[in-house]
Design a protein around this ligand. Structure first.
Ligand SMILES: NC(=O)c1ccc[n+]([C@@H]2O[C@H](COP(=O)([O-])OP(=O)(O)OC[C@H]3O[C@@H](n4cnc5c(N)ncnc54)[C@H](OP(=O)(O)O)[C@@H]3O)[C@@H](O)[C@H]2O)c1
Length: 297
């Protein structure tokens, strides 16, 4: 695989873990609403195998996707794992039988979550665990996370977690966490139209910390924008490829984990690495976020 094939490589700070910048987010592999088995179990396995065959070595997951199902599909498709595959999981949530998303943040919850991931992925240690702050939605809220990060740091000392990341956090929460543990990545909601974290991304670049946007394609409904559509038409590509290529161009510490249950979409997303956006196109795309902000006011 050439250096640039999947957007180039990135090494998580202070680690020996190097990944291609285009990875894969596994959340779409569970059933509807991220609950239960996939509609197409063989298709889910095929998507994971195709991603790894194409050079993807960064997979994002959570044991509460499914719950348990997504990790079990990853194990079924890829275990024994190829050398160099980095599986990043997250703790902090749980899915009760009503299918809601609830916090699971006590020391016992977090410890149980690590063991659920280890069991369902068939691993002895987890490469990277993000502490995902469950607020009222997909935006962070200020509150101390020191207690939870301390538990993760203890699990790291016990050898069950190799490295720690954060998800759905504010800059203040990141600063607080870094007094307790080394943080190798931040996973927050960010895309062309939702750029609340612009300053945070720049600050993390300075520290060599990865920024991994969730909802890189705008969430469950594809990003809608006439600018995006017309840019894609001008470049003879698709709006999703433009959205991903824009993220790759935005900052070298951005790692992509687009989610898909479709082989066709997977191939399309990986091919975004070959799309170079000219400066005037980048400027045009920057105006999408401005328009989205104006529309909210
Ligand atoms: N930390 C967190 O709180 C958090 C929250 C959400 C997600 N995540 C992680 O981030 C990853 C990415 O987020 P996401 O999967 O929710 O959102 P996303 O990657 O922004 O978008 C996924 C959606 O776009 C569709 N899609 C994917 N590629 C496409 C293409 N080329 N053309 C048209 N549609 C396409 C998918 O449907 P198809 O299956 O039909 O392709 C799916 O509906 C997840 O898999 C998960 O690992 C983390």
């Amino acid at each position: 695989m050439s250096e640039a094939a999947l957007g180039g490589r990135f090494t998580f700070p202070g680690t020996s873990l190097t990944v291609q910048r285009i990875g894969y987010g596994a959340m779409q592999l569970a059933g509807p609403g991220v609950w239960g088995p996939p509609k197409d179990a063989e298709g889910a396995v095929a998507v994971l195998r195709a991603a790894v065959a194409a050079g993807v070595n960064h997979i994002d997951t959570a044991d509460y996707y499914g719950p348990h199902r997504t990790n079990q599909i990853i194990r079924q498709a890829l275990h024994p794992y190829p050398p160099g595959l980095v599986i990043v999981t997250k703790l902090g949530g749980r899915r009760p039988p009503d299918k809601s998303w609830q916090p699971a943040i006590s020391p016992q919850d977090l410890t149980d979550g690590v063991h659920d991931n280890l069991r369902n992925l068939s691993l002895d240690a987890l490469d990277i665990v993000n502490y995902r702050v469950m607020g009222s939605g997909h935006g962070p809220e200020e509150a101390s996370i020191a207690g939870q990060v301390t538990v993760l740091a203890d699990l790291q000392r016990k050898g069950l977690i190799r490295h720690i990341g954060l998800s759905n956090v504010t800059p203040a929460q990141l600063t607080e966490a870094r007094t307790i543990a080394d943080i190798v990545c931040v996973q927050n909601n960010y895309n062309l139209a939702h750029r609340h974290d612009d300053a945070l991304i720049d600050a993390l670049l300075h520290e060599g910390i990865a920024y991994v946007p969730f909802f890189p394609l705008g969430g469950f409904t594809p990003l809608q924008s006439s600018t995006l559509t017309s840019v894609a038409a001008q470049l003879a590509t698709t709006p999703m490829q433009v959205a991903l290529a824009w993220l790759l161009a935005r900052s070298p510490n951005i790692l992509l984990i687009p989610g898909t249950s479709s082989l066709t979409h997977l191939r399309e997303n990986l091919a975004a690495a070959h799309l170079t956006l000219p400066p005037q196109t980048l400027a045009q795309l920057d105006r999408i976020a401005h328009a989205a902000t104006q529309a909210k006011h």
